[in-house]
Design a protein around this ligand. Structure first.
Ligand code: SF4
Length: 336
């Protein structure tokens, strides 16, 4: 445990410290903090104590291990949905490389490399509203082949699910299914008009009902208010996912959010820390945006509530080399 973080150097806000300690106790006693308490936490300037508290909660409930995951973009672009942040939407001209579903051999090669580089799980991600039947069958075959040839956890992200498809994925040995809520319910219509928030919640529930682990998070920095960031966190806590990815918007040329104002690194650290108070036991994974926003590549975030990272690149942007990330994790005294 890194209890040193619990000693604040910020004398000007020391009156807030008892409040933060009180909430740490509350979380340790398995009590949910309230929205107002979360908002007061988010408003603090005493970031050291806040981050230290989130770190203490992380270590208590999740130990020292950092979940390191690799992604492969198995089918890129031409998605019929209009999510405003997404370079893969067919609504926007973003200049990304588009391609149909990759063959099994390529996906096995990606999984092998991920394992070799030290990742503990591998996520096969496709840009669909939901895959056509032929593609779904091909994805199932690829999953079986990966499971038979590479010793790595296989996760998938394929868009909306039906109960039958979710059960099929479970029967193939898929561990976790990713489907994000993306943003707060009260902000969702500003971000997407081709489907609604409830469609996303429904897929989250279908995934859990099928016995798959649920990976469900969102993107911050899309113009939502701090309160809406908390609204999203409480909605995620209600769904009780095994993993919550926090993406930080990287504005992409050609998308409606290309001129969006950026969050500061401090806003992001505070959000991660407060999300940890709200969801003490989940894997809180820093996903897209880490390399852009954190000069230290996320070291501090991993000591401020996060206990997972995506490594080796994202769907349409490059990322860190896995080896470098694993060295960084060990340097700060954590494990993979
Ligand atoms: S559904 Fe997924 S892939 Fe399609 S536009 Fe939205 S975020 Fe992008």
């Amino acid at each position: 445990m890194n209890s040193g973080y619990l000693r604040s150097n910020d004398k000007s806000n020391s009156t807030l410290n008892p409040f933060i300690y009180m909430l740490i106790d509350k979380v340790f006693n398995n009590q949910q903090i309230s929205f107002n308490e979360a908002y007061t936490l988010l408003s603090t300037d005493d970031i050291r104590t806040l981050a230290g508290g989130a770190n203490t909660i992380t270590r208590k409930f999740n130990g020292e291990v950092v979940d390191v995951e690799s992604l492969v973009n198995a089918k890129s672009g031409s998605c019929p949905e209009d999510c405003s942040f997404c370079a893969q939407s067919s609504f926007y001209n973003t200049g990304i490389s588009k391609y149909p579903l990759l063959p099994s051999e390529k996906l096995i090669e990606h999984a092998r490399n991920a394992k070799k580089e030290g990742s503990t799980s591998f996520c096969l991600v496709c840009a669909y509203r939901s895959p056509p039947e032929k593609d779904f069958e091909q994805i199932c075959e690829s999953i079986l082949k990966i499971k038979n040839s590479v010793d790595i956890d296989v996760n998938v992200s394929l868009g909306f699910m039906t109960p039958e498809r979710a059960k099929k994925l479970k029967s193939l040995g898929v561990k976790r299914y990713n489907h994000n809520l993306e943003t707060a319910k009260s902000y969702f219509s500003q971000i997407c008009r081709t489907h609604d928030y409830q469609d996303r919640v429904n897929t989250g529930k279908i995934v859990k009902d099928a016995g798959l682990e649920l990976c469900c998070g969102g993107i911050i920095g899309m113009g939502e208010s701090p309160q809406q960031r908390l609204e999203l966190a409480f909605a995620l806590a209600d769904l009780d996912p095994d993993e919550v990815p926090i993406n930080i918007l990287i504005s992409r040329e050609g998308t409606p959010l290309m001129y969006n104002n950026h969050l500061t690194a401090e806003d992001i650290i505070k959000t991660i820390a407060v999300w940890r108070f709200i969801m003490p036991k989940t894997i809180l994974k820093i996903a897209g945006g880490r390399e852009v926003y954190f000069k230290d590549n996320g070291r501090y975030a991993l000591q401020a509530g996060a206990n997972g990272i995506i490594s080796g690149g994202y769907l349409t942007t490059a990322g860190n080399k896995q080896k470098k990330d694993i060295e960084m994790i060990k340097e700060i005294g954590l494990e993979v």
